[in-house]
Design a binder for this molecule. Sequence first.
Ligand code: ADP
Ligand code: MG
Length: 559
Amino acid sequence: ERSDRSEEQVSGAKVIAQALKTQNVEYMFGVVGIPVTEIAVAAQELGIRYIGMRNEQAVSKELTLLYKLLVIFFKYYYFRPLIVIGGSSERSQETMGAFQEFPQVEACRLYSKFSARPSSIEAIPTVIEKAVRSSIYGRPGACYVDIPADFVTLQMNVNSIKYKECCMPPPVSMAETSAVCMAASVIRNARQPLLIIGKGAAYAHAEESIRKLVEQCKLPFLPTPMGKGVVPDNHPNCVSAARSRALQSADVIVLFGARLNWILHFGLPPRYQPDVKFIQVDICAEELGNNVRPAVTLLGDINAVTKQLLEQFDKTPWQYPPESKWWNTLREKMKDNEAASKELASKKSLPMNYYTVFYHVQEQLPRDCFVVSEGANTMDIGRTVLQNYLPRHRLDAGTFGTMGVGLGFAIAAALVAKDRNPGKRVICVEGDSAFGFSGMEVETICRYNLPIILLIVNNNGIYQGFDTDSWKEMLKCEDATTGAPPICLLPDSHYEQIMAAFGGKGYFVQTPEELQKSLRQTLEDTTKPSLINIMIEPQATRKAQVNIAKQKEGKASTP
Ligand code: ADP
Ligand code: MG
């Protein structure tokens, strides 16, 4: 019997917050405005950590753009569980041209695993439970829940709302036994085997089992950008420094949660042997067989499947010979490549180059820190020098190469560190151009006093820029709007003053000594956010220098 006589009323906003709390949601990030502010307030009252962000400001004014927000969020978190809650127009005004009327549910459906608008306030808990469950089951992903404006303030009798119990943890699936046996046999017969550890392995918390497989079978492995740290980068079997060679010559490649997309050159020649045998381990059946015809497919959770493989190698022990020709080739290549980057790093000329900067950063980097990074060269070169020793401790622009995600990632990582590992640091390594995409999040960082260390590797441009003298020289004969290459940003910008403006500590750094000193100081001060603006050679690149004149002729490279 519904005790409708109860006086106690509850708003739609509170129902949403309670439904999220019941599903164990701990953190909520938002850009609030009418009509969703109350939801954030209600969530906060229930103890959900609410973080008000600055980016996507347009969204709070133009909620019709919400689908774009979802796309962007989806890019940030692809294959990460994410619930997006968006306010929409009042139901009674629908089709009348209401404030911010837009078919958001339909728009989001394309980009999410589940997109729905509850039919009533009573239906909110069910829809939220389904959204949370869909976001974590199978291949994780983003889900969208649409909340009409009138739901937020509508008052309901408290007893008419039934909350759904928190959903069960995702079921763990294992691969078919026959496929596991076949995979083990393909690995045993490999002449030049290679394991590729992707971010799926990190999500699956498979670090222990994969490390065991690497060490027991003495196999070389290569992490993808966000697979770094599943097995530490300084592990003797890590062949990152010989990446291209390893991919190009391997005859058997086991993929642990890494797609054969552009990052892995689609798995095709000339970057791979034409007859390379791929063994794909993935939780998503539709992923298996993309771009290549795999020798074996292992559909299941990476941790569970790796344990299945280990069982095979326990039953009939086997290890790849450590003194093989393959290992020697890889080791030689690694030595050459490491020597080449060390040589660049030791250059004393000023402005510094990327390698000099990253070697100095690496020297002082705490082993357990989170490394967040975005930019073009900054991210690519930084990734090769900055080491990860722990899984799920590197966050970068990832598959979409989306810029503007770094500060958001850093804020999220710093919150988790604050709550669970006080003292653990977050180092956010940004290109100057990448930083510009979400620079206003520095205010967010300072508002919540998160002791993030922001490093801006500043080359005055996108890919490359001008030094101050060339810039002035150019302005003598040309107006910047007609003459400045589109990739140039204002030389010698003092980004550190943005941090200072909000009460954090800013450093402007031009030499290795200044870099070392400022790093030491920021690492010692665990109470404050800081930003180190590191000036580097505007024309510095990865290898040979490409000059701007050439880029003007239309030779600009992609990130
Ligand atoms: P990377 O960028 O590291 O190569 P991708 O995003 O390309 O990573 O691929 C990650 C893959 O991991 C996806 O295909 C996804 O389906 C898979 N995956 C995610 N979680 C799991 C899991 N628990 N078990 C197995 N595979 C997973
Ligand atoms: Mg730059």
